[in-house]
Design a protein around this ligand. Structure first.
Ligand code: ZN
Length: 66
């Protein structure tokens, strides 16, 4: 019984580490895509994080997928 439990915990740890790595990758992707290349404004208040087109509220530049 304890060996089964150990395997289960090991599996959970692997899954959690895998998920956290994915989150870090996603975070980096959005951080780079939501920063204005003209004035350096960081668009942190985006409603839809999957949105790749946005207008910079500081300088008004329209950004689309690059
Ligand atoms: Zn800007």
């Amino acid at each position: 019984m304890s060996r089964v439990l150990f395997c289960f915990i090991t599996f959970l740890r692997y899954k959690l580490e895998d998920e956290s790595k994915k989150l870090v990758k996603v975070g980096r992707f959005f951080a780079s895509s939501q920063t204005c290349s003209v004035c350096g404004y960081k668009n942190a208040k985006t409603k839809n994080l999957a949105l790749r087109e946005w207008d910079c509220p500081q300088c008004g530049t329209h950004h689309d997928r690059d």
